[in-house]
Design a protein around this ligand. Structure first.
Ligand code: HAM
Length: 448
């Protein structure tokens, strides 16, 4: 008898689905973070005061998409800028469109101005915005990859008074938030006509000191020599100390514009300082540029982490294909404002506290409570509850901890009778009231 040999075939073990999944990282990408409920009172305060200032100065809200076609930013902000060259989150869509997450709002505002024919709206067109921006920068204190901006833009008006008003608004919002140690740095980088001469002078100056510049600034000498003035490298700081300054080379019109701005700022009693090295990191600026800094952290630290910045950009709309449109604006960094408020112990937004607690006992009463809660809430009374709890004792404990003035108790009997017990928490007195009149009775008691 021939014995059959048992053949065992090795079957490669398939990885279980769980094994082929990528590791789950329970955190957001680097430079991004959650804003938890405990911090929201600061964010709310910033948004509230900023939006109030915008309304007071006649600005209307605009919301833009988070994503624009990349060339809106590369053309608007400038090819040679750090933002466009190194910091944009850019990708291609399935349809092949090249898009980027917005690193700022101003270029998108100019796009929207042209697209919606805002040139025929009454001038100046005053818009404000609030929302997240994205820059792939090296995260550090006060510098995130996802951060939030609030900003105002006025398009169609060249009067210097608007430049002054922008600074006034930014300064007022920051001051009202309790950040009192604020300084405004201002400069004028002229118009394309006078900037051309100034640029030549700068190139001439830096060419003669090229060996002493950092690698990036050697490149900037070719692409964007004005940005050398903004470099924080020690050796460049020394070289630029004796560089020609833009305000000494302004044309007549730009000089008059700048002089007038400084007069307005003096009149407004806003503490400002001329900063000839202030050129800002975006190419669209003309004439006025400014930054708002808190000096509580020391001058150098503050410059790196400006609370806000802005300026005039008379050429941007035309550069994107619209008609020549003077414009000016500013943006504040909300993340930095919140951090500064917390550091200084500034007042946060006060959430209104509930003054009434609604307790219930039994399935029927719980159903009735939902309706009673809605009636009170709709009439403007802030009510607290803990409907998930069954025991009356534990609900009353919660009411006590919240420090409410009145507690309404709806038990099985009251729910059937159409009544409710109202307990005054200070005196402990209780009375039975008609459930249909609960809103009036509660309001009467709270007024007392
Ligand atoms: P910006 O100076 O690039 O200007 O940004 C404005 C503000 O946004 C800064 O002062 C800062 O508070 C905040 N910010 C910028 N980058 C970051 C970051 N990585 N992390 C945290 N906060 C940041 C603009 O964006 C111009 N669009 C301003 C403007 C409006 N000019 C005319 N109109």
């Amino acid at each position: 008898m021939v014995r059959k040999k048992k053949v065992t075939r090795k079957i490669a073990r398939r990885p279980k689905t769980a094994e082929i999944k990528e590791e789950l990282l329970l955190q957001p990408p680097r430079g991004m973070r959650d804003i938890l409920p405990a911090d929201q009172i600061y964010w709310q305060q910033v948004r509230r005061l900023a939006e109030k200032a915008a309304a007071d100065f006649g600005y209307r809200r605009i919301d833009l998409p988070l994503v624009e076609f990349t060339n809106i930013f590369s053309r608007g902000i400038g090819e040679g800028t750090d933002i466009v060259e190194k910091e944009m989150y850019s990708f291609s869509t399935k349809g092949g469109g090249k898009v980027s997450l917005r690193p700022e709002f101003t270029a998108g505002i100019a796009r929207a101005y042209i697209q919606h024919g805002m040139n025929v709206w009454p001038k100046p067109v005053k818009l404000y915005y609030i929302g997240p921006c994205y820059r792939y920068d090296r995260p550090q204190e006060g510098r995130f990859r996802e951060f939030f901006q609030f900003g105002c833009e006025a398009l169609g008006e060249q009067d210097t008074v608007l430049d002054a008003q922008m600074i006034q608004m930014g300064w007022r919002i920051i001051y009202q938030l309790g950040i009192k140690n604020v300084k405004v740095k201002v400069n004028s980088i002229g118009c394309p006509a006078c900037r051309k001469n100034y640029r030549n002078l700068l190139v001439h100056y830096f060419e003669s000191k090229k060996q002493k510049l950092c690698i990036d600034c050697k490149k900037r000498l070719e692409t964007n020599p004005l940005r050398i003035l903004d470099c924080k490298e020690d050796k460049c700081v020394q070289v630029k100390a004796s560089a020609p300054q833009s305000i000494d080379h302004l044309c007549e019109e730009c000089r008059a514009h700048f002089k007038e701005l400084l007069e307005y700022l003096e009149e407004l009693e806003i503490p400002f300082e001329l900063d000839p090295a202030l050129v800002r990191g975006l190419d669209y600026y003309t004439k006025t540029v400014f930054e708002l800094i808190s000096i509580s952290a020391g001058e150098e630290e503050s410059r790196k982490n400006a609370l806000g910045g802005g300026g005039r950009y008379d050429g941007l709309v035309k550069m994107l294909g619209g008609e020549s449109t003077p414009a000016v604006g500013f943006s504040l960094g909300l993340d930095r404002l919140v951090a500064e408020m917390k550091k200084l112990g500034a007042r946060a937004h006060k959430e209104p506290k509930p003054r009434v607690f609604l307790a219930q006992l039994g399935a029927f009463a719980k159903k009735k409570s939902l309706k009673m809660f809605e009636a009170l809430e709709r009439s403007g009374v802030i009510v607290a509850e803990s409907f998930g709890r069954g025991s009356l004792k534990s609900q009353l404990k919660v009411a006590d901890r919240m420090g409410v003035e009145l507690t309404l108790i709806l038990g099985q009997k009251e729910a059937i009778d159409g009544t409710v017990i109202m307990k005054d928490m200070a005196s402990g007195n209780q009375e039975i009231i008609d459930a249909a009149k609960v809103v009036d009775e509660v309001k009467k008691r709270l007024k007392k």
